[in-house]
Design a protein around this ligand. Structure first.
Ligand SMILES: [Zn+2]
Length: 117
């Protein structure tokens, strides 16, 4: 969070925008804390194309912001936010698998050590 605070003054010199960013950072901090208290983990994923990509087939379906319904030629038809949420979930699950695989590979490569006594 401290790195983000440093950026806010460079990216958002306007006082109102800085206050808005601070409010967003505070909500994010609350979200992280609640997730941690609940024993959950928060993963950050790129929002790129999450509203344009079809959660059914992966095709890019361009739409304007005011278009609230996702309709794809594959037959996938659902609310735009629902489609985006499914894409975000998929990215999070992929990131989790990548992290698990990295941990497993790291632990297999790690030399055997006797425990500290
Ligand atoms: Zn589709």
């Amino acid at each position: 969070m401290s790195n983000l605070k440093a950026y806010k003054y460079r990216l958002y010199p306007n006082k109102k925008q800085a206050e808005t960013l601070q409010w967003t950072l505070d909500r994010a901090r609350e979200f992280y804390n609640k997730a941690e208290c609940a024993g959950s983990r928060v993963l950050l994923v790129s929002p790129k194309y999450t509203s344009q990509k079809c959660s059914g087939c992966g095709a890019i379906v361009q739409k304007e912001l005011e278009e609230r319904w996702h309709e794809c030629s594959c037959g996938c038809s659902l609310d735009r936010d629902h489609n985006g949420a499914l894409n975000i979930l998929r990215l999070g699950l992929q990131a989790t698998k990548t992290l698990s695989r990295a941990r497993t590979e790291r632990s297999e490569d790690a030399p055997l050590r006797s425990p500290r006594l």
